[in-house]
Design a protein around this ligand. Structure first.
Ligand code: HEM
Length: 397
């Protein structure tokens, strides 16, 4: 058959497929490929039809990487070549705004210390990179994405164990405003433990993912049964940032007033909070432009209602948290940081900040724990109990 180069995979598989489709009898193919390699490729290209006959899946859904450069062998070649436009735009926007703010020191609302806004930018970029690589089309890159997500979880645990505990603030926090505040150390311990467990699960997932050879060909727009690239990028970026704001916010609210790094925490928390707000507006606009996939058809009517309710509530939370945080801050007479800019309060100082604070600091967080718990338990039940593995795949692979 004239195939001599062991790496000429596409030609080999083309030949195999053509022999199968034309019904040719077996022939010796000396290509230096392992039997597993060949049979995996053949299996991926064939699917049983409704009546048991064998169907060929169009090539575009099972593209095999034929790249050879060093980056490509690492699975990173296409990252360099095909920069996702949306990610590029987001990165460009944040980088330029932060860089501009840090250099334009004569601007009225620019803060003096800028290191914290770079930290906020770093966290945002790391979240985008994780969201992007987790849904990248080359399988190897998706493994790196899962490992990046795992390192994010471990970073939260390490921050808690090596920084937060070391400050002694958990033992001597800012005076409690309500009796509920005394539960904050326990919440931080719990969140650090959950982050550690999530990190371990993600490492295990990455280990299993190594065997996956399928490329993920995703269009930008959503499809009838799965989310497209833009929705996935926005979903995971927002989710990572949103979740990171919870322990960060709790710790920020515990820092005594005379602590040197107190303001740094406010800068990072508010900057990321405003960013989540802007990204959720983009997400809503995108949902309007590109219809979301229908819920899994196998869901029972009550499960559909619950899933729908949980989704709506999560959107509500992601809008309500930043708005209440901003109004509370403004009515208390403080500005809001967006990277290195300090935007002055647009609202008059008022004692009503207590009401907004009650929402931002108590009602919304407790509601969130319940909704997020339902969302995660629902997804896990769907995956492990109902064995509808399609549910995760709609958003991750
Ligand atoms: C999605 C966005 C946000 C989330 C999830 C979030 C979450 C939280 C949480 C859980 C706390 C801890 C509350 C406590 O236990 O006392 C907190 C505190 C705080 N948040 Fe946010 N927040 C967000 C956005 C914002 C924004 C945009 C601002 C202001 C512009 C803001 C300002 C504050 C302030 C000032 C505190 C500390 C209050 C204190 O010192 O007691 N937050 N946030």
């Amino acid at each position: 058959m004239g195939i001599t180069k062991p790496d000429d995979r596409q030609a080999v598989f083309g030949e195999i497929m053509s022999r199968i489709t034309t019904g040719a009898s077996a022939a010796k193919i000396d290509v230096g490929l392992s039997l597993e390699d060949i049979s995996a490729e053949v299996t991926r290209n064939l699917a049983p039809g409704r009546n048991g006959e064998v169907l060929l899946i169009p090539a575009h859904t099972t593209k095999q990487s034929t790249t050879t450069s060093f980056l490509d062998r690492l699975g990173l070649g296409k990252i360099v070549k095909s920069m996702n436009i949306i990610a590029g735009a987001i990165v460009g926007l944040f980088t330029s705004s932060s860089a501009f703010a840090t250099t334009a020191s004569s601007h009225t609302y620019v803060t003096n210390g800028n290191a914290e806004s770079w930290l906020a930018l770093g966290i945002i970029l790391a979240s985008i990179a994780t969201a992007w690589t987790m849904n990248y089309h080359t399988p190897k890159v998706r493994v790196y994405g899962t490992l990046l997500a795992a390192s994010g979880c471990f970073a939260v645990t390490a921050w808690f164990l090596f920084f937060v505990l070391g400050t002694g603030i958990l033992e001597e926090p800012k005076p409690n405003q309500t009796p509920m505040d005394s539960a904050k150390p326990a919440f931080l311990w719990l969140q650090a433990a959950v982050a550690f467990l999530a990190g371990l699960l993600l490492v295990r997932a990455a280990f299993l993912q190594r065997k996956n050879v399928e490329t993920l060909d995703l269009p930008s727009a959503n499809e009838q049964d799965r989310y497209g690239r833009v929705s996935r990028l926005l979903h995971w970026t927002i989710a990572i940032l949103f979740i990171s704001l919870i322990p960060m916010g709790i710790f920020t609210s515990m820092i005594p007033e005379d602590t040197s790094f107190r303001n740094d925490y406010y800068i990072v928390h508010k900057t990321i909070g405003v960013t989540v707000f802007l990204l959720i507006l983009v997400r809503l606009a995108w949902n309007w432009h590109s219809k979301r996939p229908a819920l899994d058809a196998s869901l029972k009517p009550w499960e559909r209602k619950l899933a729908h309710g949980v989704h709506i509530s999560l959107y509500g939370m992601m809008i309500a948290f930043p708005i209440t945080g901003y109004v509370m801050t403004s009515m208390h007479g403080f500005g809001t940081y967006i990277f290195a800019w300090e935007v002055p309060p647009f609202l008059d100082k008022s004692d009503a900040y207590v009401i907004w604070g009650t929402f931002h600091k108590y009602l919304l967080p407790y509601l969130l724990y319940m909704i997020l718990g339902a969302h995660i338990l629902g997804a896990l039940k769907h995956h492990f109990v109902d064995k509808h593995q399609n549910a995760f795949k709609r958003m991750v692979s």
